[in-house]
Design a protein around this ligand. Structure first.
Ligand SMILES: [Zn+2]
Length: 433
């Protein structure tokens, strides 16, 4: 029997609009079972009162310094509880229409500074985009919503936004809360439009601090220089609605079977919303706040943090339809898990059989366009380790085709993409069967 595989198969869809809690699992790329440990919230205030304030010689010296480009303000810094790591708030209040700030280590800030010199495509942002194919309207029973003003083709880009505030994920666990809040406020208050951020979380009441509230309901996971950060995209952000909804920005409502998906463009820290299928004029544009493909009970439980009961077409289906859908979704989950285990356990043919079954079940749940790509890649991976390159190539092309449709690959799929995939498989699997 072949050696136990080191690599694993993909088990999560990539293209939902996932707020931070869900996005955090995607940062790790492929394919393990993900930890659900979430670093937020910041350490409680009570813990910090007893802690001596760390002395930051550099921070003390900063008020005397002038800000250095590309930053428009001197950085504000605090030491982590280990007294050696340092986090600072760096601000460029003139970047884009809201300004741009990052709370991170000096090393990552140096990396990220290069991003500020790149031209920022803001021509299609928010409500001011002249040819925007959507408008924000009052929706009965759910406050505001976003509605298509014309027909939108599948995979067409609906809107584009860029990160306005970024926060190193580790910062939230390493810096005492009082000091952490100070840096978060420095990062937000000096933006050219702080209200664009503050308005996102004002009324959700999840945390004592208003910026923490925003982070807890609206942040998305975005790596910066390979370091996991959480990012706020004010145009795209969802709303914290635990007690009442406060809507001042474009808020796309949730649906469990949405007609739009989100794509993160990590090189430019931008995020775009694309059409998951053809959307008709007048149709509401929806996106999922939670990972796609879950049974109804799991969806309900995960949506509780937004304080609403989902009444999308999937949740409002008849009990019989809901039961059938739940059965299929649980079966997809079970088969995917078994496929991963079979592959890792040196049973590639079993993994292929199970993955084929997954692919057979996805269309009935409308999940082929979101989950199909990774399953195709899994098929390619197994055929690759079996040295069946004809089939490996067939499924690799199917997988890459999905990525191209979703805009992750520009200019068509080419031989270089296949080569890169083989190289990755070779590295991750440590050779073939
Ligand atoms: Zn729903």
């Amino acid at each position: 029997m072949a050696a136990r595989r080191r690599g694993t198969l993909k088990v999560l869809g990539l293209t939902a609009l996932l707020p931070y809690l869900a996005q955090v699992v995607l940062a790790h790329g492929s394919l393990h079972k993900y930890s659900t440990t979430i670093p937020l919230p910041l350490r409680p205030l009570a813990l910090d009162v007893a802690c001596p304030l760390p002395v930051d010689d550099v921070a003390e010296a900063w008020p005397l310094q002038r800000p250095s480009p590309p930053w428009t303000h001197p950085p504000e810094c605090e030491h982590a509880m280990d007294r050696t790591t340092k986090y600072c708030a760096y601000i460029n209040s003139r970047h884009g229409s809201h300004g741009w700030s990052i709370v991170t280590s000096p090393e990552t800030a140096a990396d990220s500074a290069a991003l500020l010199s790149k031209p920022l495509n803001t021509s299609r942002l928010g409500e001011n985009w002249r040819d925007a194919p959507y408008k924000i309207v009052d929706m009965p029973g759910k406050g505001k919503g976003v509605v298509a003003t014309r027909a939108i083709k599948q995979h067409e880009e609906i809107l584009l936004d860029y990160a306005t505030v970024l926060v190193d994920i580790m910062f939230t666990t390493r810096v005492p809360a009082v000091l952490g809040y100070r840096l978060l406020h420095a990062a937000v208050d000096r933006l050219s439009d702080p209200a664009s951020i503050l308005d996102l979380g004002r009324s959700n009441g999840l945390a004592k601090d208003e910026i923490e509230n925003v982070l807890r309901t609206n942040a998305f996971n975005t790596p910066v220089g390979g370091v996991p950060h959480i990012a706020l995209y004010p145009t795209l952000s969802v709303r914290g609605c635990l007690f009442s909804c406060f809507v001042s920005v474009l808020g796309i409502n949730h649906a469990c079977k949405p007609n739009a998906y989100t794509r993160f463009i990590t090189e430019s820290l931008q995020v775009s919303v694309g059409a998951a299928r053809d959307i008709e004029a007048g149709e509401e544009i929806t996106n999922s706040y939670i990972p796609l493909g879950q049974p109804s009970a799991d969806r309900k439980q995960k949506l509780q943090r937004w304080g609403f009961t989902c009444r999308c077409s999937l949740c409002a289906a008849s009990p019989a339809e809901t039961a059938a859908s739940d059965t299929r979704r649980r079966e997809i989950e079970r088969l995917r898990d078994h496929a991963v285990r079979a592959f890792q356990g040196g049973q590639p043919y079993q993994a292929l059989r199970l993955t084929r079954q997954v692919l057979g079940l996805l269309p009935a749940e409308g999940l082929l366009h979101t989950h199909g790509g990774e399953q195709y890649e899994n098929m390619a991976r197994v055929f690759f380790v079996l040295r069946d390159m004809r089939n490996a190539e067939k499924y690799a092309n199917l997988s890459l085709g999905v990525l191209a449709e979703q805009g992750y690959i520009q200019g068509g799929v080419g031989g270089e993409h296949l080569e890169r995939m083989w190289k990755r498989f070779e590295e991750e699997e440590g050779g073939r069967y």
